[in-house]
Structures are given as structure tokens and as C-alpha cells.
Design a protein. Structure first.
Length: 235
């Protein structure tokens, strides 16, 4: 027999999920900055986060990654509200190229956004994270997921090659993700070397870092390249 308290939780959960489903119908009108086309795009609702994976994908009652507007006429990903005249001119040349249009036929919005960031000279941090988000869009397509993860790893490595800047906490995150993505790609020797290196650094001897490194080393020993949640921190 189910306890009354559990029934209350189930009712609340069903109402919550039902509310999310209804909210998914919300749309806003967006104007394509490159050709002026107006179109409607869905707005994903916010929701409770229950945890996070080792690749930093949030786990919870919401869509990940959040959908972003894509112009229906030219496949341009509208990644911010306002663009300068110079930006529009540069983007027009890039987006209307045959190379971009070919990529748009068989790739996701976040992949196209990462390519756009590369073209526009965005930071390696932003590029690598955008490819990582793109990998979350294709988790049911193993080969494409590996392609996106590999691109993300390449750019995290470029970011790390520039060295740690004073007070930059993203350095630690990038180091952990470099090891995580190597493991996810089945490059176990590379992943083991990375986490062995990190385990010897003072930055990774505090907080949850030692637990993450140990967990990663266990996964590597088992030749496990699948996605896993961050282990619970034992204070």
C-alpha cells in the first residue's frame, strides 16, 4: 500500500510535469537579423534541477540544451538580440556560403552556433562549451555525438594550452572536462593520464575534486565510455 505522503508527492509531480508540457506551447516572435524574416520560436520553461552529469549536462525537469531560434530562410542561429552592421555583414557572408548551408542540412542548432562562434572569433571557452551542448542534442546518434565531443575536446585543449589566468576558475572545469571527454571518446590512456596529472595538483585536492577523479579512474579502469552523473559529495 502506498503511503499518503507518497501520493501527495506523485500528485505534485504530475501537476508539475503537466505544467511543463503546457508551458512548452509558449512561443515568441523573432526577427532574423540577416534578412528581416519574422518567425515564431518556442520558449522552453524553467524547472527543478536534480543533479548534473560529469560532462556538466544538468539533470532535471527541463529541456537541455534549451532551444535557440534558427532563421527558417537561411538557418542562421540567432544567438543574441542585437548585431552591429559589421557583424551582420560578416555573418551574411558566412551563413549564405555553400559550406554553411551544407552543414545546416545535417547538423544541430548548437553545432551551427559553434561554427559561427569559430568564424566570428569567439573565445575557445565559448566554442568548446557550445560543441559540448551540441553533443547533448544528438545523444541518440552515437557517431555524430562522438564527432561533436571530439570538436569540444579539441577546443578545450586549445583553451588550456593558453595557460591559467589569475582567478580564473573555469580552468579547473576545463581540465576536468578534457579528461571526461577523452573517456567518453574511449581514449582511456589519454583520460587516465589527464586525471593522474590532475590528482597531483593542489587545486584538485579539495572539495569534491578528489571524489570526481577517483570515480573517473574507476570508470576508466572498467573501460566505461558512457555518460555518468557527478558522484554525491561526502562532506
Amino acid at each position: 500500500m502506498v503511503k499518503p505522503r507518497r501520493w501527495v508527492w506523485l500528485v505534485v509531480l504530475l501537476i508539475f510535469i503537466g505544467g511543463l508540457a503546457a508551458a512548452e506551447d509558449t512561443e515568441v516572435e523573432v526577427t532574423c537579423p540577416l534578412d528581416g524574416t519574422k518567425f515564431k520560436t518556442p520558449v522552453d520553461p524553467s524547472g527543478a534541477r536534480l543533479g548534473m552529469r560529469l560532462d556538466l549536462k544538468p539533470i532535471g525537469f527541463f529541456k537541455v540544451p534549451r532551444r535557440i531560434p534558427v532563421c527558417p530562410t537561411n538557418h542562421f542561429v540567432v544567438y543574441k538580440k542585437d548585431f552591429t552592421a559589421d557583424e551582420k555583414e560578416r555573418l551574411q557572408k558566412f551563413v549564405l556560403s555553400q559550406d554553411y548551408q551544407n552543414l545546416a542540412k545535417d547538423n544541430t542548432p548548437y553545432f551551427l552556433l559553434a561554427k559561427t562562434f569559430e568564424y566570428m572569433g569567439n573565445t575557445e571557452w565559448n566554442i568548446s562549451n557550445t560543441y559540448l551542448e551540441a553533443s547533448w542534442e544528438v545523444e541518440n546518434q552515437p557517431e555524430k555525438e562522438k564527432q561533436y565531443l571530439d570538436l569540444s575536446l579539441q577546443h578545450f585543449q586549445k583553451y588550456l594550452a593558453a595557460g591559467k589566468k589569475e582567478g580564473d576558475r573555469t580552468w579547473e572545469t576545463a581540465q576536468l572536462l578534457a579528461g571526461e571527454l577523452a573517456r567518453r571518446l574511449g581514449r582511456f590512456d589519454e583520460a587516465k593520464a589527464k586525471f593522474t596529472e590532475l590528482g597531483a595538483l593542489p587545486e584538485f585536492k579539495q572539495g569534491i575534486y578528489p571524489e570526481i577523479i577517483k570515480y573517473q579512474m574507476d570508470l576508466i579502469a572498467g573501460k566505461d565510455s558512457s555518460a555518468h552523473d557527478i558522484p554525491e559529495h561526502k562532506k
